[in-house]
Ligand binder design. Sequence first.
Ligand SMILES: [Zn+2]
Length: 656
Amino acid sequence: MTARKIILCLLLLGSRALASNSASEATSQPDVFLITIDTLRADHVHCYGYDHVQTPALDGLARNGIRFSHAFTPSPITNTSHTTILTGLLPSVHGVTDFAIPLAPIHPTWAELLKKRGYHTAAFIGAVILDSRTLAPGLGRGFDFYDNFPKHPKTKSRWGRVERRGLDVVQHAETWLTAHRPGPHFVWVHLYDPHDSYEPPPPYSQLYKDHLYDGEIAYADSALANFVNYLKQRGWYEQSLIIVVGDHGEGLGEHHEETHRIFLYDSTTHVPLILKLPAQRSAAKVVDAQVRTTDILPTVLDLLAVTPPAQLDGASLKPYFASANSARRTAFAETDYPLRFGWAPLRSVRTPEFKFIEAPRPELYSLQSDPREVTNLYQPWDPKVQKFRGMLADLRSKLPPPTPSAGTVGQGTVNELRALGYLGPSDAGSSTNVPEPSLLPDPKDKVEEQNLLHRAMIASEDNRPAEARNALEKVLQLNPKSPTALLQLGELEFQSGEYTKAAEHLGRAREIRPDDATAAYYQGQALEKIGNLPAARDALEASLKLSPGQFPARLLLGEVYLRLKDGKAAEDQFEAALLLQPNSVEAKLDLARALIASGNYADTVQQLELLTKSQPKNAEGFELLSQAYSALGKKTEAKVAESRAKQLRGVPKKLH
Ligand SMILES: [Zn+2]
């Protein structure tokens, strides 16, 4: 054997040894990729039998993997549903029943469990609604990297500020993966595109111009295709475990629901679920049994031989890989979203044959003969109803005690939420602290109101105020006491400079919901504009009593007190504002004004000397300082400060 041949042999042996090493690693620690596609109805995916859309990437994964034709989410709400996927727990158990509610540390997450096993973990999200710093606290636990949105976005456009296109999301993930080799990975990619408003980019905007929701799905699928191709090019596809699932569906007008969150019909709870196993095991298999998104995490842990946490609400889907004759699974669902509007929350139980929905007017559907859930068969004495009610009661009895809900978020975050078409956090609380939900209005009687409110918010965000006003006035025709419509109309009039009208609408909103701090703050703003200072003061005081941490409300109230010639009360407000934001120059200047107003010149000088040192280009600081020096008889200092102020303002010095 020549030396060259020996070297070649060694090289070959070496590479084979290396290959077998990585193969054995691959079986025990495969890469795991979770792709969640927002607002994706199962029956709008090509491989689920829908011919009006092209979804080649999803179809390809289904050919290489296992497609579950009947998978259900327990929640039609993004944060709640994703928390279920990442914990394997039902919404009432993990407690994240809305955005901004923190996930309690006692619930281990998918990322934490895999990180303990040596996985590198990263999450890439498509909407600020899943930002782990603001609206999804706790969801980032266990991720080495969580691709949150910038704290101070440079753009005013929704793209990059509150939402990312699917292609951006996958490119972020690909860049991270390229930089983080070797070792097994768990990467979660969230594609938000099919969520309303439906605005697919070209060519999908043209190809699907008559059904833009499908256009968004086709576009999201193209982003998924980009990611799958990346994995294939890197040689990671074959051995990886890939899970694709929808977080919830979309009403599309069924049951008069245009979007999602209010109801628990299959239109928003039936989601696509595809599992591609390492080495394409069980390729092209279709499982028709009813399964749940709570089953996903237990399945992954089972496949990776990781011991699951003691309490999970789902079970591994592995038995279905071999045979369809596994135990039947019941799918529970819940939504507290109607409570935001003062309507009853809903709970449901689904078996393959029946769905029962607990509501003020309960519903029972026979799913085999009535898959669209149109004919309500509910009769209180029906034994099936009794059984389903028993199952819901049983579930309730096992729930942990309710955790405090209604997460708190800042005004900036509320603006981001609105840009995505969400209302801000509700003061109404969750179903756990509503004494008798069945006494509230049935969401079925109210859904038109909700559609109009949603349309108004989108129109208002897109700067079409006339359309927004029109929708809100229609809501008030349906329900003259809708606090949400009154609040939104008040805001709209305020933005158009119609302050008197704004104050009226907001006043009515407050009569209906006296505990609404936001309505009181907005009304205070409107009253201040029309010069009704005593009423503005009362509204702002009321708002701050309900929610003391509102910085802009403190500043405004301080200014109102100044105009009412109450320097002392103004001082208190500005000092309180400075406790909230100690570095605010605006609050410091306001405080100086209040101190001058109450004749407290020595304190003013002390405060402003500090301020003008740290802000040497702030003309207003020097002007106020000059006033205070003059009042103290310090003429020279006053002149120096005054000329500095003029210099900064660009006013030429007088010639002597
Ligand atoms: Zn969603």
